[in-house]
Design a protein around this ligand. Structure first.
Ligand code: CA
Length: 359
């Protein structure tokens, strides 16, 4: 029985190799990739999205590529993912571009910009608006090929232990908020910190931070953040549709035959879209549970707070665009798309949602 399973598992190529059949050796060789991630292993939505991507690549390739997923800290720390894949320690990674702003600040445009694009609009910009070409160009300098591989949709504004009634309430606030949103908080007088997801609950519980944002009801419920903070604010002005990324070591990607390259790219596309659907379904149920079972106090940021945050965001993004030529080009592409998207979304999604709520 064991021997039969072994023969079946080994496949015709390996068997032929054992018998000295040279041409079949190559055809039967399995490519083994490691995928390091910034998420806790199997974390709902994010970690499971990475798992799904690995499984799809293996299934679609008929087992020619086998991808093994590592959670944060299993092989490298959460924020070591970019370097690990760049160096080739792992062939693949899953995370978000704003974690790598230390490499180049403009990379943040490829994950989330405060008051920027929604999930649908991000995908429009990346796939059909020139965004992906710019992203590929930037990451090629680090020996990486990026792909969109998930999107959380509009996030929540975060967990606070006091009410936010004016901008002054953000002064002195130590909050976990990554990327450009963190820079905006700094301008509002707060202290932004960046922590991997797995450290949020204990940091908030111990008082090491005063507030945190994470993702939305589905993920925030999973971390039990409601046990460490009283108020749950919306909307997630700082992350209106965060794109998650899959990164592939460029050398490893270039070494693949064309059909396997297409499989990797299209598996990412599937997961990118699938995650939006998953969040749309799971956030609904989780919000209901947070409110009814855990009695979470849901609050909307006051209009004047949002207005000021929007002004600060515009400043921060415009300043980033002046950093260098790359930042300028990416900003201009993003901004051009954003203006047109706003005009169309006003007539489509926004007008429809308003009409539906009014009914
Ligand atoms: Ca977030």
């Amino acid at each position: 029985m064991k021997r039969r399973e072994f023969l079946k598992g080994a496949g015709a190529g390996a068997l032929a190799a054992g018998l000295g059949g040279a041409p079949a050796v190559h055809a039967g060789r399995t490519i083994r990739w490691k995928m390091v991630t910034t998420w806790p292993k199997n974390f709902p939505g994010l970690g499971t999205g990475a798992n799904k991507l690995a499984r799809l690549i293996t299934e679609m390739s008929g087992g020619r590529i086998k991808v093994r997923v590592y959670g944060a800290k299993e092989l490298v720390p959460a924020f070591g993912v970019f370097d690990a894949v760049s160096r080739g320690t792992a062939q693949m990674g899953h995370g978000a571009a704003y974690y790598w702003k230390g490499k180049h600040e403009a990379l943040q445009f490829f994950s989330a910009v405060p008051f920027g694009l929604t999930a649908q609009e991000m995908n429009g910009w990346l796939y059909y608006g020139g965004g992906m070409e710019l992203w590929r160009e930037m990451y090629a300098r680090f020996n990486l090929v990026p792909m969109a591989a998930g999107n959380t949709g509009v996030q929540m504004g975060g967990w606070f232990n006091k009410e936010i009634n004016s901008l002054a309430d953000l002064k002195g606030l130590k909050m976990r908020i990554p990327g450009l949103g963190g820079e905006v908080l700094k301008r509002a007088g707060g202290t932004p910190v960046n922590l991997p997801g797995g450290e949020l609950y204990t940091s908030l519980q111990s008082g090491a931070i005063d507030a945190t944002e994470w993702v939305g009801p589905y993920n925030d419920l999973a971390f039990g953040l409601y046990k460490a903070a009283r108020y749950y604010y919306y909307p997630g002005w700082h992350e209106p549709g965060t794109t998650l990324e899959a990164i592939v070591n460029k050398k490893a990607f270039d070494a693949l035959p064309k059909d396997l390259q297409a499989i990797v790219e299209n598996a990412c596309k599937v997961v990118n879209q699938d995650m939006v659907a998953e969040y749309a379904a799971r956030n609904n149920a989780a919000l209901h549970e947070l409110v009814t079972r855990h009695k979470v106090q849901v609050r909307r940021f006051p209009d004047d707070v949002l207005k000021k945050l929007r002004e600060l965001s515009d400043q921060v993004v415009a300043e980033l665009a002046r950093k260098d030529q790359d930042a300028k080009r990416i900003f201009e592409s993003f901004q051009r798309f954003r203006e047109q998207a706003m005009a169309w979304s006003e007539l489509s999604d926004l007008a429809y949602l308003q009409a539906r709520q009014a009914g």
